[in-house]
Write a protein that binds this ligand. Sequence first.
Ligand code: SAM
Length: 239
Amino acid sequence: MIYDDEVFFENYQKLRLNDTGLNGKMEEPCIRQLIGDVSGLRVLDIGSGFGHQAVWLKNNHAVEVVALDPSDNMIEYLKKNHHDIGIEFVHGYYEDQTFKNRFDLILSSMALHYVENLELFFLKCFRDLNDGGQLIFSMEHPVCTANPEGYSEDKNGKYWRLNNYFNEGERTQKWFVEGVRKNHRKLSTILNLLISCGFKIKKIEEPHPLDKDYSENEKKDDCFWVRPSIVVIKVEKLR
Ligand SMILES: C[S@@+](CC[C@H](N)C(=O)[O-])C[C@H]1O[C@@H](n2cnc3c(N)ncnc32)[C@H](O)[C@@H]1O
């Protein structure tokens, strides 16, 4: 579990807790708009990290919030910093859990590119949702996972590679430390898995930064500006 590597965690914590980039400007606004009103809902947040979504859900009157994360460091952080607002913490992998009751909403923010068996994961989400319940998740865009470190550069700027897009499977990259493992799938694979598990697709978004947040210089070749970094998907378990 890379989030329990000391060097990785220290760097990731600095990035996430001071973040105004990928999460703050693109991912959170997009996912929260798709979530809408959560008052009265029973919600599971998978890969909850430092609790940004779980705390927001609780503050916005979700009646029950379960925050699940497989990382020791993340669960320790949550218990230390957010123990007093009524969030239930679950330490472990989602695939290994059995929940007594069903959820109205399952949320997962930037974690699914770490999941090895996405079909099993979606099937379990389907079972753990009430009829009419929703699964909303963001993950690294397949355009990025195809070639995690890949760009070429010339005097005009950077060009992001798509080589290997059709070759699905594990990718290893340097992100703070060597050997960070993620899983690449084609966008069509992700969508077809959701459909075959029984979900109805409600919305797909590819958030990008707002014009006002970007300087002309950044627009030339900044990775968030020139290509999709995240895909956000909302699906429903039909009644
Ligand atoms: C990029 S962080 C995102 C954290 C949080 N959702 C947020 O938006 O700030 C990814 C999180 O997914 C968790 N994670 C890693 N592998 C996972 C897996 N296979 N299943 C569920 N969560 C996982 C990590 O422990 C980490 O907390």
